[in-house]
Design a protein around this ligand. Structure first.
Ligand code: CNA
Length: 249
């Protein structure tokens, strides 16, 4: 990243009143949570017993092989000790300073809320929340889900409990998508970071932005780089950290 790039992003966020951040797994790699598509990401592993990671993260796997599903889920998606990094804390500070109105995330780790962000639209849900498949849809937190039995069972109705995440083969929640689209439409600055922009419909959110301050920060190139007004190929935690150091001295 260059000084000019950081200066530009700093001045955009300094003037912003309704900035929105849209991010993905790259936001949490500095917190020790692997992403999906990097060399060190989850997709580089082979899944379990010859099964692909996509299958292990699918509705089909949850329904047909729940024990395999939950073993994979606990080993790869639940990171109870992970702490927010400078990206999460910087974005929370931008919201407190009334420069940023919302975080839209594809992440399921809950680290934006842990850092203090209040308005977080979780397109793919959260591993912090669970509900049972019984008629009552009884709800649980991660802490309430015991390690044993492997497949958690609702103490109220005996139905299987599942994570409140959007699995492959499932639809996104309409209300969450609507809220995210509205936030992006009204944004004066759209900062996109730590996402390969390969997963639709989430990646299509960029098309709703109407302004001319679209900043894209990712370690590697993305299919949307050509649309951005500013492209920085650097760690998002370092970029947001440097910008916040300048804004909040
Ligand atoms: P992805 O497809 O794995 O892409 C991540 C992108 O981030 C890659 O292009 C990397 O180059 C880039 N990257 C990695 N580290 C950094 C960094 N420090 N700074 C900047 N860029 C970085 O992940 P997407 O979010 O694009 O795909 C969406 C999936 C990933 C969603 O369904 C998520 O639920 C899922 N996911 C979430 C988490 C999490 O909650 N932390 C972890 C792994 C996967």
């Amino acid at each position: 990243m260059t000084h000019t790039q950081i200066d530009t992003l700093t001045s955009w966020l300094d003037e912003a009143r309704s900035a929105v951040f849209f991010g993905g797994a790259g936001v949490s790699t500095a917190s020790g949570i692997p992403d999906f598509r990097s060399a060190a990401g989850l997709y580089a592993s082979q899944g379990r017993g010859g099964r692909s990671p996509e299958y292990m993260l699918s509705h089909e796997c949850l329904m047909n092989e729940p024990a395999e599903f939950f073993t994979f889920h606990r080993q790869n998606l639940v990171h109870p000790d992970a702490q927010p990094n400078r990206a999460h804390t910087g974005l929370a500070e931008l919201e407190r300073q009334a420069r940023m109105t919302a975080v839209v995330t594809q992440n399921i780790d809950g680290l934006h809320q842990k850092a203090g962000s209040q308005v977080v639209h979780e397109l793919h849900g959260s591993v912090q929340r669970y509900y049972c498949l019984g008629r009552g849809h009884h709800q649980f937190t991660l802490e309430q889900i015991p390690d044993s039995p492997v497949v958690p069972i609702c103490p109220d109705c005996g139905a299987m409990i599942r994570p409140d995440v959007v699995l492959y083969g499932e639809m996104l929640d309409d209300d969450v998508v609507d809220a995210a689209v509205t936030a992006v439409r009204q944004a004066d600055v759209l900062l996109v970071g730590g996402t390969s922009l390969n997963v639709y419909p989430a990646a299509g959110l960029l098309h709703y932005y109407r302004g001319d301050r679209l900043a894209l920060v990712n370690l590697t190139e993305t299919p949307m780089d050509y649309q951005a007004d500013l492209v920085i190929h650097s760690p998002i935690d370092e970029v947001i950290g440097q910008v916040c150091d300048r804004l909040f001295v």
